[in-house]
Ligand binder design. Structure first.
Ligand code: PTJ
Length: 253
């Protein structure tokens, strides 16, 4: 991002916005991905653009669940491929999880471009779409028979609520990363990480390195102590508190 100096107070935000714009220009990201990113930015701004305790706890539980799973899969869409291609490959390696292209705004060309982008970053990714998730009308129903179709746990960053529901109906555990704790996906998932994808995934890579050596019993304990409803309500309360603090500050100015 040559035109924005690193010292700019909004540098990181502008950098990620630029990656989304570039993703659209390259045909990786859907135009609608810009709107989704903007919604995420709003929640992130209110939450102070940092990983809160509730998010870190969810990230830790998510890593424990992925490590305990027999067939964990990470779903990749156009926003993920544009924002953090390198990190998502690293996370799949750290968790020994399969990557699979799965998009809402379907086009064969975009599937191919997302696959190529991930491969350019050294990853292997499924994109065969030779199986169908029953009960789902959107293109997200098209999955790989070697991936999501047989997965026991699916990590679905930036998801739509419909597929989350269907994945759960198909007996799969669902982990989502969504800055909006009010979304249907956030409320439907087994584990909801209310954090920006660009921080959550690097955190999860580090956590995977740490938890990898844990005995199964300890990983199960992390999960049994985890309560997604508590995490969700803590994130909503934090948004309220952040807004209250901001309102107080405005009064004092
Ligand atoms: O590539 P495709 O075709 O699969 O399309 C991807 C999008 C994201 C366009 C599609 O899945 C979509 O429309 O998603 P939604 O329903 O708009 O939901 C996106 C959610 O992700 C919203 O609740 C945003 O707040 C949240 N979000 C956006 N950017 C981030 C984010 N959450 C975490 N990190 C982000 N960087």
């Amino acid at each position: 991002m040559s035109h924005v100096p690193k010292e700019h107070p909004r540098y990181l935000s502008l950098l990620y916005r630029e990656r989304i714009a570039e993703g659209v220009r390259k045909g990786i990201t859907a135009v609608e991905g810009i709107a989704a990113h903007g919604r995420g930015e709003t929640f992130d701004y209110i939450l102070g653009e940092k990983t809160h305790d509730f998010a870190f706890e969810a990230e830790r539980a998510a890593v424990a669940l992925m490590l305990l799973s027999k067939h964990p899969v990470i779903s990749v869409n156009g926003n993920v491929a544009a924002l953090i291609p390198e990190e998502i490959v690293k996370l799949s390696e750290a968790l020994n999880a399969i990557l699979e292209v799965n998009i809402f705004h379907f086009s064969e060309e975009r599937v191919r471009k997302i696959k190529e982008e991930i491969e350019a970053h050294g990853g292997r990714i499924l994109a065969d779409m030779d199986a169908t998730l029953e009960g789902l009308k959107s293109a997200r129903r098209l999955v790989s028979s070697k991936g999501i179709f047989i997965a026991d746990t699916v990590l679905v960053p930036l998801e739509d609520g419909d597929r989350c529901e269907i994945l759960r109906m198909n007996g799969k555990k669902v982990i989502t990363i969504d800055l909006n704790p009010l979304s249907r996906t956030s409320r439907m998932a087994d584990i909801t990480i209310v954090d920006n994808l660009v921080r959550a995934v690097p955190n999860m890579i580090e956590l995977a390195e740490e938890l990898k050596s844990y005995p199964e019993r300890d990983l199960k304990e992390i999960l049994s102590n985890y309560d997604n409803k508590k995490i969700l309500s803590a994130s909503i309360e934090r948004i309220r508190d952040c807004l209250t603090e901001m309102a107080e500050k405005v009064k004092e100015e």
